[in-house]
Design a protein around this ligand. Sequence first.
Ligand code: MCN
Length: 780
Amino acid sequence: MAITTMIGAKIHRREDPRLVSGEGRYIDDFTRPGTVFMSVVRSPHAHALIKSIDLSAASKAPGVVAIYTYKEIAKVIAGTMPAAPAFVADKKQVPPRFPIAEKEVAYQGEPVAVVIAESKGKAADAANLIDVDYEVLPAVMDLDKALDPKSPKAHTGAPDNLGWDLTYIPEDPSVMKGADVVVKQRILQQRLAPTPMEPRGVLAEYSHPDQSMTIWMSSQNPHFIRLFLAGALGMPETRIRVISPDVGGGFGAKISPYSEDYLVPAAAKLSGRPVKWIETRTESIMTTTHGRGQIFDVEAGAMKDGTLVALKVTQYLDMGAYVGTFGAFQAVACLLSTGAYNWKHVSARTVGVLTNRVPTDPYRGAGRPEATHLCERMIDLLAGELKMDPVAIRKKNFITEFPHTSHFGLVYDSGAYEKAMDKAMEIAGYEKLRKEQEEARKKGRYLGIGVSSWIEICGFGPSAATAPATGGLALVESAQVRVFPTGSVTVYVGTHSHGQGHDTTFPQIVADTLGIPYDMIELRHGDTAEGPAFGYGTYGSRSLAVGGMAVHKASKKIVDKAKKIAAHIFEAAEEDVVFDQGHFYVKGSPDKRKAMGEIAFAAYGAGLPEEMEQGLEAVAYYDPTNFVWPFGTHIAVVEVDPETGAVDLKRYIAVDDCGNIINPMIVDGQIHGGIAQGIAQALYEEVVYDDESGQLRTGSLLDYQIPTANEFPNFELGRTITPTPTNELGVKGIGEAGTIASSIAVINAICDALSPLGIKHVDMPASPDRLWKQIKEARN
Ligand code: MCN
């Protein structure tokens, strides 16, 4: 047995002193001699044909090194940008997408030309002088209208605006007919801008003598970017090095390759100069992929006693103008729509709709917040019809036996849903809150309590399920552990930490597995020139359950070899050697022991066992047998001012279960961030376009409203621990849990608050304006 003191230890993130003292190294901090700067000329129109591009004035502008349009870029970049099968294997239309437009632009912000100049300002000034003659075409913005055969098309010449139309499980209307009550609701999931603190950025340097490319960029998965670029640039992967240093937030929006990820390396190759591009905030809101952007038509039926009968879900997903690389992943909302409950029947259909907006792609939770939102909303609507307490209807229908195979064939690994709910109710003082609510109502106050019991699929892998979804590459994870002669350790991983604290938690795992002090272990990630041949990146709350397990597996390989060396030194049989608390000894002689560090030193010396090579390092690829399924219950308490529609979020309680925990402080931090993002969707954020012209109306942080810490109450956290049987560490993911659970807890609380007015449903964002209108209507 190894030391077991670091796993579970509540220690501070070791990366923080550097990050909070201005010592972080983000893309804009990097420079290379002779760097030039790129500015992108973007379409001001949502849909238009490019008739001509006049570069004459811009080419003469001071400091301009080069201007490239489709013609030049197409000489060095081949193929189209990728669109993974994800949860929709067969798509009806995948409009071909090249990093820069040739003849037609299909969303506002689509690149048309790039200017390379000696300074950022000069590049921007020259870009303004480029005169593009457009023929403006009608824009398709509304999902319902887009599906009308008479609608204009998002791309000229396209047969319709249908990206896909897939029924996972067809409806059996007879089941719904058997229900005592049936509720129907259209639920909106507004588009969100991921808004990382550090926008996107790329610096690329091409070496003509070596024919090699080095790219510094803000990415969640540098290996995937290298793979895509190798294909597009026609270069071997070995000649491309992608480095993602500190990344100031990703939230899913830095997974897929973007136009600029191709354009900057292409410009570096064409110009022979290192090229840098840093996204502005407006570019970020306009051209970084958006999250959500969905409409759900949902129907749910139950018996009088609250037994859930049938759920019918139709998802309309606003894909934007192109299929985002992992855009179809969001169809997972259908597959998780039954939530934590037993339903007799479910039917689900997803429809992907092409519009003239920037493409949607995963954003923290990606499909799972939507699933939780629709399921928990429908449960509350049913509870309302049945005059049941929202807690009682949930408890009556919770899945209680595990493993549980869902209607969609997914296997929930472990759970104790009622336990988490009970704990949340205890922290909230649920019964007391209901009494307070009763009293408040008598005084004309609108107090509401919202419950959300969430589940999540995460930890992507396993290979058998994920290889078809990515179009070939299985989502496993890799790690390399190197023990140096002095016993210090470097661990290389294929995941990428951009706020999740891997530099702390992964060494915690290694410390316990190898029995080497935590301070002697360092983690490295984000550089494709280091570590194993491939890494699969960070998203889908997979880093611990898959990547952490690869680290654990590689560490165990080290222990195996070290044990052989120890047996050789002790002149004992390997099976007689005990590894305990970082030391090896022969059974029965614990006083004659050797520390892992001593064995490491011996591993680089002479006199090893016959045929054993020197060194103490190991590579492991870990392929999980299943996904992992965290869960929990969140409770929000709000008061709505009926005169202004303002929502006062008074309390927020979260009880989450992510199995065994490596570092409770980091887990709490992840939950905090996630909850903030979910509440932000519930109350504040929305990307708004003009419905006719397709112009973005929320192009700055003055219009796109992000809450600050001032807008949140203290989150009251609790947890239950139900280990997963899927991996040896018993860990599940937590990176997205807060976002998955929270938007609906708040919305359910608002609906509960306004129920005396007969208001049954509220869409997001529940802004004062929206609520005031609904309250006014209800009162009239
Ligand atoms: N952890 C733990 N015990 C557990 C579960 C997790 O100690 N049982 C720790 C892990 O070791 C890790 C952290 O919690 O240090 C998160 O682990 P995990 O749940 O595996 O999630 P990932 O590391 O894969 O992170 C991805 C997830 C996603 S999908 C988004 S989106 C997201 C998020 O994490 N984006 C973030 N959290 C973010 N946090 C910040 N600051 N910035 C982002 O962009």
